[in-house]
Ligand binder design. Structure first.
Ligand SMILES: Nc1ncnc2c1ncn2[C@@H]1O[C@H](COP(=O)(O)OP(=O)(O)OP(=O)(O)O)[C@@H](O)[C@H]1O
Ligand SMILES: O=C(O)C1=C[C@@H](O)[C@@H](O)[C@H](O)C1
Ligand SMILES: [Mg+2]
Length: 172
């Protein structure tokens, strides 16, 4: 029961890359954020608004543990904050897990997230200036946890296909 776990900051491409990798490898893709939404019967935004972030982080941890315990092979796309809470980073080193950090620069993340922030409650209400500073500081804080991944793939200036190719080489 091999698990391929993709992690990294919001907008680095976890969901996009995982979907494409899944098509090629025929290994099913599970998006942790989507699993949480299904379990809670609320969107990520609604969970943050109605229940608060601590509740979300608890659910996120429980769901991550549950997905890792399943006996099926899977590609698991984490949420941007998953490795940074509840000691989830320690789970990235498990024997049956291949964890891969999709590493993007502040510039790449900013350019992607600026067009696509409404569904991301941590940045939804920020203006462009605030967002750039927030991403820079937040990425710095989170890098410690992301660096617990077994592998790193740089994604700047790469197409989806190129990043998928890099991951296939790691898995070969
Ligand atoms: N080369 C690329 N690789 C991956 N995504 C890209 C690329 N170029 C543009 N994008 C776009 O960047 C966005 C990446 O968002 P995606 O939802 O995959 O990230 P995520 O890491 O899953 O974010 P979150 O943690 O918020 O769920 C998508 O809108 C995608 O279309
Ligand atoms: O970076 C984060 O902390 C988050 C990223 C998203 O994937 C969601 O899990 C949620 O919006 C929190
Ligand atoms: Mg995602």
């Amino acid at each position: 029961m091999k698990k391929i776990v993709l992690l990294g900051y919001m907008g680095c491409g976890k969901s996009t890359i995982a979907q494409n990798l899944s098509k090629i490898t025929k290994i099913p893709f599970l998006d942790l954020d989507k699993c949480i939404e299904k379990r809670a019967n609320l969107s990520i935004n609604e969970i943050f608004e109605q229940k608060g972030e601590i509740y979300f982080r608890k659910l996120e941890h429980e769901m991550f543990v549950e997905l890792l315990q399943s006996t099926e092979n899977s590609i698991i796309g984490l949420g941007g904050g998953t490795p940074c809470y509840a000691n989830n980073h320690e789970l990235l080193k498990k024997d049956d897990v291949t964890s891969i950090y999709l590493k993007a620069s502040i510039e790449t993340l900013y350019n992607r997230l600026i067009h696509n922030k409404s569904k991301r409650p941590l940045i939804a209400n920020m203006n462009e200036e605030e967002m750039k500073e927030f991403i820079a500081k937040h990425l710095f804080d989170r890098s410690f946890y992301y660096n617990h991944a077994q592998y790193k793939v740089a994604v700047d200036n790469k197409t989806v296909e190129e990043t998928v190719e890099d991951i296939l080489e790691i898995l070969a």
